[in-house]
Design a protein around this ligand. Structure first.
Ligand code: NAD
Length: 478
């Protein structure tokens, strides 16, 4: 069994307590490794090393920082097979998906910010007898906290801009899926990242995450995870005026008008509903369909969904692997029960699956539910699994009301060939991201994040570089 280590001051080390948490393979339900159960003393060690490394890292040239991040990107790329297998084993997602999406994107994150930092600039404001210019300086030691659904993808999305801007970092991956972050620490050692610049402290959210959040020497927290934990972080960070970026939960609408490109919509809607077992914060879990095509859509969507294979993540023909953990599996099944209790009709799925030879793994059939009002629990609360509802609508006004009715506002998808309508809806919808006639098409330069209870602040492009730097105005009179 390969034990996971913390990565502190450039070395792979055991937690001070010597305690570990079991790590499960979701495809079999068995323990396959252990992750450090770190505590405040490990975080302190990481902070000490990050503080010591900060002056030197902050003063390295942009070219040097860019070069080392590029080297890490290259090494992620050349280790794609190993990393994809590890991601799949840890998370339950199909290996082909990790190879196609998660690991290439982790490499792109490092490469993108290695390049973005070379293009980052500041403003000057001229007066008649003076000039102001803005310095953008790194914050110091910063913390990143990330979730289990896209483990290395979201982990690197945070550390890359933090490191590129000259900060030193204490990162905490999810204790549910820490393996690829651990493998990344080996890659960082190989890439020659100076000691203490980047530290990974593994462990429980309530111990390590909470300690990072409250530690007075950690100047900012970039968090991705649930709205509940985001609120907790905001509460702890506010009184000490810590900078926070919070990327949180969603309940995204997928709005389908009768005039859409039907085949493209149908194909994409299958992916936006069930990709990664529905465990992508951007999945469209509430599907609103214009009444005139509702019955046709229902028949076709159910048929396409029934063709999706659920099974062991190592098989290339499997579309849905296992969901991430036993508690999450129980949560998803409990929401299917809630949907039934609320009067929902299960059109397909609605139950656990037990693939031959892997009966103890955590598999759930892709599930489509109809007959529920827009404001019931099933349609208001985040399920974060392979479960979607479909609902008919008649007017634009009506569907906007439904779409905007939740506490969330992360992303949305709209299908129509009517450009005026597309633009009207894009303006009116409460979401940080609107995809029109597409889904999950990403340009890393764009602002990424949510409104309402889905997010505070934006990641991506220069927004991330701005978050990890402090602007300072310098005014010189002639
Ligand atoms: P989570 O909030 O339970 O955990 C996220 C991270 O926070 C983990 O590393 C966890 O250990 C840590 N944590 C837990 N309690 C903490 C505390 N009190 N203080 C500090 N850190 C703490 O989320 P999860 O279950 O890992 O991930 C699923 C959630 O993430 C879903 O709600 C999903 O929508 C959301 N998500 C959002 C985005 C986005 O970009 N908005 C992307 C991916 C996932």
């Amino acid at each position: 069994m390969k034990l996971i280590s913390n990565y502190i001051n450039g070395e792979l080390v055991a937690p001070n307590s010597g305690n570990y948490i079991d790590l499960y393979d979701p495809s079999t339900g068995r323990v396959y490794s252990q992750v450090p159960d770190s505590d405040a003393s490990d975080v302190q060690k990481a902070v000490d090393s990050a503080q010591a490394a900060f002056p030197s890292w902050a003063s390295t040239s942009i070219e040097e920082r860019s070069k080392i991040l590029t080297k890490i990107a290259d090494l992620i790329e050349s280790n794609i097979e190993r990393l994809a297998e590890a991601e799949s084993l840890d998370n339950g997602k199909p290996i082909w998906l990790a190879k196609k999406v998660d690991i290439p994107r982790a490499s792109s994150n490092m490469r993108f910010f290695a390049q973005a930092i070379t293009q980052f600039s500041t403003q000057a404001h001229e007066m008649t007898d003076a000039i102001n210019y803005t310095l953008r300086q790194p914050l110091g030691v910063v913390g990143t906290i990330s979730p289990w659904n896209l483990p290395l993808y979201l982990f690197t999305w945070k550390i890359a801009p933090a490191l590129a801007t000259g900060n030193t970092v204490i990162a905490k991956p999810s204790e549910v899926t820490p393996m690829t972050a651990f493998l990344l620490s080996e890659i960082c050692i190989e890439a020659g990242l100076p000691k203490g610049v980047f530290n990974i402290v593994h462990g429980d959210g309530l111990k390590v995450g909470a300690e990072i959040t409250k530690h007075p020497k950690i100047k900012a927290i970039s968090f991705t995870g649930s709205t509940k934990v985001g609120a907790e972080i905001a509460k702890v960070a506010a009184p000490v005026f810590k900078k926070v970026s919070l990327e949180m939960g969603g309940k995204n609408p997928n709005i389908i008008f009768a005039d859409c490109n039907y085949e493209k919509m149908l194909k994409t809607t299958v992916h936006s509903s069930f990709s990664n077992q529905g465990q992508i914060c951007l999945c469209g879990s509430r599907i609103f369909v214009e009444k005139s095509i509702y019955e046709k859509f229902k028949t076709d969507f159910v048929e396409r969904t029934q063709a999706l294979k659920v099974g062991h993540p190592k098989s290339d023909s499997v579309y849905l692997g296992a969901v991430v953990s036993k508690p999450h599996y129980d949560k998803i099944l409990s929401y299917i029960q809630i949907a039934k209790d609320e009067g929902g009709k299960i059109l397909t799925g609605g139950e656990a699956v037990f693939p031959e030879g892997y009966e103890n793994g955590w598999y759930i059939a892709p599930t489509i539910i109809e007959g529920l009002p827009y404001d019931c629990r099933t349609n208001q609360e985040e399920i974060f699994g392979p479960v979607v509802t479909i609902m008919p609508f008649e007017t634009e006004e009506e569907v906007l009301h439904y779409a905007n009715s939740t506490q969330y506002g992360l992303s949305s998808t709209v299908w129509t060939e009517n450009i005026s309508r597309a633009n009207r809806i894009a303006k009116e919808i409460h979401a940080g991201i609107v995809w029109i006639n597409t889904w999950l098409l990403r340009d890393l330069r764009t602002p990424f994040g949510g409104v309402k209870n889905s997010g505070v602040g934006r990641e991506g492009g220069f927004e991330a570089l701005q978050f990890f730097t402090e602007p300072k105005n310098v005014c010189i009179q002639f």
